[in-house]
Design a protein around this ligand. Structure first.
Ligand SMILES: [Zn+2]
Ligand SMILES: [Zn+2]
Length: 256
């Protein structure tokens, strides 16, 4: 059994064949999928999908790309929707200093605020960090994020950063980029991170692993990421599936 700890099934890329995508994931051994609604207009559809399939849960939050659109109503709606028992985390929240689609100051402020919201709601957080490793660590620390814990998704930092996050009670989630030809540096980092702190994810429809790189990603392909993690860490695929599943159930507070 595998868990795709992070996908975006409410995105338009899945409008046409969502049912088939979910069925294929099942056939490839994916028991649960966590779908992430990244802005207010997507929250309802993420929740609807979670309500329609017993194997799917929702994660809701405002992505750093979208934080510039936060208004008076946003957190009120977010808090209300997060009361739903199908919502298992607040996210993805964080910093994206690569694309900078929202001003950096706004990203920093809204990240900090949403950590506070997660603590208030008793939910773990799902953190997006792109080219903002140092700032991400600083806000996790100053926001006392160890009180809610969570996941650094699509991890792209170095080993020291992984270690610092793990020490704060976070899990490190590995995307399909680990299968890429030029990812030797990343594979070496993953090799050093204990399996007990790892999750696997697709971030579908993005970041498609080999052998499907270039095509649309989907939750079933988390299998290729898990296989690569097994190869890198020189353990069996079954072991990776077992431990990452246990970790995901643990961080999302689901009893197995
Ligand atoms: Zn992300
Ligand atoms: Zn994502």
């Amino acid at each position: 059994m595998l868990i795709d700890s992070h996908a975006h099934l409410e995105m338009p890329e899945f409008k046409r064949d969502l049912e088939a995508v979910i069925q294929r994931a099942k056939e490839l051994g994916v028991e649960y999928i966590f779908t992430v609604g990244t802005e207010k207009k997507d929250w309802k559809s993420a929740l609807e999908i979670a309500h329609s399939y017993p194997s799917i849960y929702a994660i809701l939050g405002v992505h750093p790309h979208n934080v510039k659109e936060i208004d008076d109503e946003t957190y009120v709606v977010l808090k209300r929707l997060c009361q739903d028992e199908n919502v298992k985390a607040l996210g993805e929240i964080g910093l994206d200093f690569f694309r900078n689609l929202s001003p950096r100051d706004t990203q920093l402020e809204r990240f900090w605020e949403q950590i506070g919201l997660a603590k208030e709601l008793g939910l773990p957080i799902v953190v997006h960090d792109r080219e903002a490793h140092q700032e991400t660590l600083e806000i996790l620390r100053s926001g006392k994020a160890e009180e809610c814990g969570g996941i650094i998704h699509c991890f792209s930092g170095d080993y020291e950063m992984a270690k610092a996050c793990i020490d704060m009670g976070f899990f490190i989630s590995i995307p399909g980029t680990i299968t890429f030809k030029n990812a030797d540096g990343f594979r070496e980092i993953v090799r050093r991170i204990p399996l007990e702190s790892l999750l696997v994810e697709t971030d579908a429809p993005f970041l498609t692993p080999e052998p499907y790189r270039g095509k649309r990603n989907e939750p079933g392909y988390v299998r290729y990421t898990a296989q690569k993690v097994a190869e890198v860490k020189k353990v069996s695929f079954e072991k990776v599936a077992e431990v990452t599943t246990k970790n995901a159930l643990n961080v999302y507070h689901l009893s197995s």
